[in-house]
Design a protein around this ligand. Structure first.
Ligand SMILES: Cc1ncc(COP(=O)(O)O)c(C=O)c1O
Length: 444
C-alpha cells in the first residue's frame, strides 16, 4: 500500500515559501521583468489622502477631463444615446473589423473636409475598430516592425507607449520634441539623422507621433510643421525603396485642439502635391475616449492611408488577425453609439455644443495657466491645446513634493512635471501656477 502523505507536514512546509519562491516557480523570466507602480495613480492617491485630511488641495494629476466641481465631464448626449441602443447592439458581437457604418464614419471624424480631397486624389483609407486608441497603437507595433527592432518616438511621450512597445518585444529610439534653439517646432536634422540610422539597421521603420494636443505638453504642430514631418518621412521612403516606412499619427486629443482636422488638411495638401511613395504608409489612431467621453467603453480605430487599395485590404487582413488573437473583436455598443450620434442632426449638434463647451473650459484654464507662468518666468514647454502642460526638469520629484506641501498635486515624470489642466478647477488654476512657480524656484 502506498504511503499516505502527511498533509499537516506538507502545509507547514508551504507556509515557509517566500513570495520570491512562489514567483520563481510561477513566473517565467520575461514576465518577471514587468511591474512598477504607476506614478500617475500614486500621485492621485496622495492628492486623495491630502483632500480627505482637510488640505485645500488642487488635483492636477488626473488624465481625464473634470468639470470645475471635480466630477468627470460626461457629454450627456453620449450617455443618453448609449442607453437607448437596441438590445442587439448591447449583446451581439460586432463584425471583426468593426461595424461597417462606424468604420466609414471614423475617417470623417478624423479628417473632416480633408477626406474628400484625399479621396479625389486617389488616396484610399481602411479602418478597423480597436479597443481605444491603445488598440490601434498595438496593432501597428505588432505588424509594422519585426520583433526586436526599434520604434521611433519623440523624446517626450505618453508613458504607456513604452509599455506597449515592450509588450511587442521592440526597442525605442527618440528624436527631440522640439529643436533646442530657434523658434521652429521640428528638429529636422535630428529627425533625418535618426530616420537614416533606422533605415540602415532594419527593413521597416515605424514612428508614433502624438499630435495635436500632445500628451504631456499640450503642444500642437502648425500646418507647416505637419507638412515638414510628412515630407521627411516621404523623402526617406523615396530614397530607400526597399524599406517600409510608416508614420502613425496618434490623434487621441484632436477633439480638444483648436484645429480638429489639421492632419486632414495636411494630408489633403500632401496627396494633391506630392507623389506618394508606395513604401510609405500613414496610420492615424482614432480614440473616442476623450472626444466622446467614452474612456471606459474602449472605443477607437486604426485608420490606414495609402494610394493602393489592394495593399490596404491586405493590411486589414493582417491587423484583423492580431485583433482576433489578442482581444477578439472590439466592443459593439460604443461603435453603435458614436454612429447614432453622428447620423442624427439633433444629437450631433448636442454633442458638438458640449464638446465645444469642454474645449472652451480647457482653453480658459490654459490661458490663465500660461499667462501666470509667463509672469513668473516658469519655463513650461509650448502648450497650445488639450489636457496637459509640462515643466521640464531633470529632477522633478522635489518640485512635485514641494508643490504638494503647498496644496498642488502634479505628476513628476521622467524629464519634468505633468500638470493636468484637465483636472484643475478653473478658479484654482492661477493659484496652481503660483504654487508651481514657488516650488520650481526653490528647487531649480
Ligand atoms: C497620447 C495618448 N495616446 C493614446 C491614448 C489612448 O487612449 P484610449 O486607449 O483610451 O483611446 C491616450 C490616453 O490617455 C493618450 O494619452
Amino acid at each position: 500500500m502506498s504511503e499516505v502523505p502527511n498533509l499537516a507536514e506538507i502545509s507547514e512546509d508551504y507556509h515557509n515559501w517566500t513570495l520570491e519562491d512562489i514567483e520563481d516557480a510561477m513566473i517565467p523570466q520575461h514576465a518577471r521583468e514587468k511591474g512598477g507602480r504607476d506614478t500617475i495613480f500614486a500621485w492621485l492617491a496622495k492628492y486623495q489622502v491630502a483632500k480627505s485630511s482637510g488640505q485645500d488641495a488642487i488635483n492636477g494629476t488626473v488624465g481625464s477631463l473634470l468639470e470645475d466641481d471635480g466630477n468627470l465631464a460626461v457629454n450627456p448626449v453620449v450617455s443618453s444615446t448609449l442607453r437607448e441602443q437596441a438590445d442587439l447592439e448591447l449583446s451581439a458581437y460586432a463584425p471583426l473589423p468593426g461595424l461597417p457604418h462606424f468604420r466609414t464614419l471614423v475617417p470623417e471624424l478624423a479628417f473632416g473636409d480633408g477626406l474628400p480631397v484625399m479621396l479625389h486624389h486617389g488616396i484610399h483609407l481602411e479602418s478597423i475598430s480597436t479597443p481605444g486608441g491603445t488598440g490601434a497603437l498595438y496593432l501597428s507595433a505588432r505588424n509594422l516592425l519585426k520583433p526586436g527592432t526599434t520604434l521611433l518616438l519623440r523624446d517626450r511621450h505618453w508613458g504607456p507607449y513604452q509599455t506597449i512597445i515592450k509588450e511587442c518585444g521592440l526597442e525605442v529610439a527618440t528624436w527631440p520634441l522640439m529643436p533646442s534653439s530657434g523658434d521652429g517646432q521640428i528638429d529636422v536634422e535630428a529627425l533625418d539623422g535618426v530616420l537614416n540610422q533606422l533605415v540602415q539597421e532594419q527593413n521597416q521603420v515605424l514612428a508614433w507621433l502624438n499630435d495635436p494636443a500632445h500628451n504631456p505638453t499640450g503642444m500642437s504642430l502648425t500646418s507647416e510643421s505637419r507638412m515638414l514631418v510628412l515630407e521627411r518621412f516621404a523623402s526617406i521612403a523615396e530614397k530607400n525603396p526597399s524599406k517600409g516606412i510608416t508614420l502613425f499619427v496618434d490623434g487621441a486629443y484632436a477633439a480638444y485642439a483648436k484645429n480638429h482636422h489639421g492632419w486632414g488638411d495636411t494630408l489633403a495638401l500632401f496627396s494633391s502635391e506630392v507623389m506618394w511613395p508606395p513604401n510609405l504608409l500613414l496610420c492615424y489612431g482614432f480614440s473616442a475616449s476623450k472626444s466622446h467621453t467614452l474612456y471606459g467603453q474602449r472605443c477607437g480605430a486604426l485608420i490606414m492611408i495609402h494610394p493602393n487599395k489592394e495593399f490596404l485590404e491586405r493590411m486589414l487582413e493582417v491587423m484583423l488577425h492580431t485583433g482576433r488573437g489578442t482581444w477578439s473583436g472590439a466592443a459593439r455598443l460604443p461603435q453603435a453609439t458614436v454612429h447614432s450620434i453622428h447620423s442624427d442632426v439633433d444629437k450631433y449638434v448636442d454633442w458638438l455644443h458640449e464638446r465645444d463647451r469642454l474645449q472652451q473650459m480647457l482653453e480658459t484654464r490654459r490661458d490663465i495657466f500660461n499667462s501666470r507662468c509667463v509672469k513668473e518666468n516658469v519655463p513650461i514647454l509650448p502648450s497650445h491645446d488639450g489636457y496637459f502642460a509640462f515643466l521640464p526638469h531633470e529632477n522633478p520629484e522635489p518640485i512635485a513634493e514641494a508643490a504638494s506641501t503647498r496644496g498642488l498635486y502634479v505628476v513628476p515624470l521622467k524629464g519634468g512635471i505633468r500638470i493636468g489642466l484637465c483636472s484643475i478647477p478653473t478658479s484654482q488654476v492661477d493659484r496652481a501656477a503660483g504654487i508651481l512657480a514657488d516650488a520650481w524656484r526653490t528647487n531649480c
